[in-house]
Write a protein that binds this ligand. Structure first.
Ligand code: DX5
Ligand code: ZN
Length: 213
């Protein structure tokens, strides 16, 4: 299980401290939520902040673009240090072309679907990662939508072997287990990790038990 704490729930005035804390607690990746106020009704961070995070981080940066026209920005985010770039299926006309572009530029490509988007739309695409949103994208701290997690089965069946199946939104020990049992191989968690008083325990619980896996 790849555990990716979402920095959206970190203390932005102490980002380096929080990055170190989650890395020391066992984070596999850092999940970075980029929002533009158009694709979603919220604005978060952009390229310069990702560049600064890269300097402080020692694990891969998993950049989740919740923006319109992502094709115009992938190069800048990769230059800033993104390792995985996930864009939204709903934001592009030709998802496979953008997957190829990200790979050609040296990144790993992810495609995400919002709660109302059916899993079948992803059939035939060849991303490295598929991100199933289990909340409406835009804000941390929302309640997990179980009906979205059910898409994991279909997505997994249709995706090329080895595709990472990631889930994002309302993930905690209980909802993370539901997703893991359905076949998720990566969990994003914001509030559950950053609002906990024991990052090690929180991250370990997402791996499936005390010993972690
Ligand atoms: C929501 C973001 C998530 C968010 C998750 O649009 O994509 O990554 O930070 O936060 P929690 O885990 O608190 O739901
Ligand atoms: Zn996210």
């Amino acid at each position: 299980m790849i555990v990716a704490p979402s920095l959206l729930s970190a203390d932005f005035a102490n980002l380096e401290r929080d990055i170190k804390r989650v890395e020391q607690a066992g984070a596999d990746w850092l999940h970075i939520d980029v929002m533009d106020g158009h694709f979603v009704p919220n604005i978060t961070i952009g390229v310069p902040v990702v560049k600064s995070i890269k300097k402080a981080a020692s694990v891969p940066l998993d950049v989740h673009l919740m923006i319109e026209n992502p094709e115009n920005y992938v190069e800048a985010f990769l230059d800033a240090g993104a390792d995985i770039i996930t864009f939204h299926y709903e934001a592009v006309a030709d998802p496979e072309a953008l997957i190829q572009k990200i790979r050609l530029l040296g990144g790993h490509a992810g495609v995400s679907i919002k709660p109302k988007t059916p899993p079948e739309v992803l059939k035939g695409l060849t991303p490295n990662l598929i991100l199933i949103m289990t909340v409406e994208p835009g804000f941390g701290g929302q309640a997990f939508m179980p009906e979205c997690a059910e898409k994991i089965t279909t997505v997994k069946r249709n995706a090329p072997k080895g595709t990472i199946i990631q889930v994002d939104g309302g993930i905690n020990e209980q909802t993370g287990k539901i997703c893991a049992d359905l076949g998720a191989t990566s969990l994003v968690a914001g509030n559950y990790i950053f609002k906990s008083d024991d990052f090690v325990r929180a991250i370990m619980s997402l791996r499936g038990g005390q010993n972690g896996k």
